[in-house]
Design a protein around this ligand. Structure first.
Ligand SMILES: O=C[C@H](O)[C@H](O)[C@H](O)COP(=O)(O)O
Length: 232
């Protein structure tokens, strides 16, 4: 079984939470894409749902797979969001944003009654931080914002290692919102809540990839089968 097979298994299980008439948040990334594709199969078989994509890529996928889409402006409250993650830590804390979609993903998750995270078992970890934490920043004042983030990291005894994410041709990667991403190689984040608070207080930081208290259910597929973890 390949990691991609496991992602698809987790995505398939998430369909159990989908009911006719639901308004769904559609996540971004290779795992969420499986969900959108499988949801499209159900829609073609007659399921009536509508989705809010969390990125331009997912919007295109949803259209290609035949999932009707809307916006949060037209449907500001969603019942269920299904999304992937880069890491799943204690209490279903998450690192997200490896694909650069963290801002819309967090807005959509926060507008949802129930966020379900789907992943293969490699994403389930005893602590967050091995995956570099994406921090979305406005291009204006990049160096000042970067210095402020580095100072915040140092104040928490975390390494101030920040890398501007690059895309094609070595240019800065630009998010759907027109921002840049600084990836913070932290190794281990002992206190995600304190870090989230410090980052959110920095002017120029638009959002960060720590998703705390948002996911209620994790569906994790591994060699031994699919596990459902609920956060009470
Ligand atoms: O910005 C991207 C998202 O947060 C993804 O959900 C995350 O990076 C996981 O992606 P994948 O399912 O491809 O590992």
């Amino acid at each position: 079984m390949t990691p991609d097979d496991l992602k698809r298994q987790a995505a398939a299980r998430a369909l159990d939470w989908v009911r006719p008439g639901m308004r769904l948040g559609l996540g971004t990334g290779s795992t969420a894409r499986h969900f959108v594709e499988l949801l499209g199969e159900r829609v073609r078989a007659g399921l009536d749902v509508i989705g809010v994509p969390t990125s331009e890529t997912t919007q295109a996928d949803a259209e290609r797979f035949g999932v009707p889409v809307t916006t949060l402006d037209d449907e500001p409250r969603l019942q269920v969001t299904v999304d992937g993650a880069d890491e799943i830590g204690p209490g279903l804390s998450l690192i997200k944003g490896g694909g650069g979609a963290l801002l819309r993903e967090k807005i959509v998750a926060a507008a949802s009654d129930h966020m379900i995270v789907i992943a293969d078992e490699s994403k389930l970890l005893p602590a967050l931080g091995a995956f570099p934490l994406p921090i979305e920043v406005v291009p204006f004042g990049l160096m000042a914002t970067r210095n402020a983030i580095a100072a915040a990291l140092e104040s928490l005894a975390l390494p101030p290692e920040l890398k501007l994410r690059t895309g094609s041709a070595g240019l800065a990667f630009v998010t759907d919102g027109g921002h840049f991403i600084l990836d913070a190689a932290l190794g281990r984040i002992p206190d995600p809540k304190s870090l989230a608070g410090k980052l959110a207080a920095i002017p120029g930081v638009v959002e960060h990839g720590l998703f705390l208290g948002l996911a209620r259910t994790a569906i994790v597929a591994g060699a031994a089968g699919v596990r459902v973890i609920e956060q009470s």
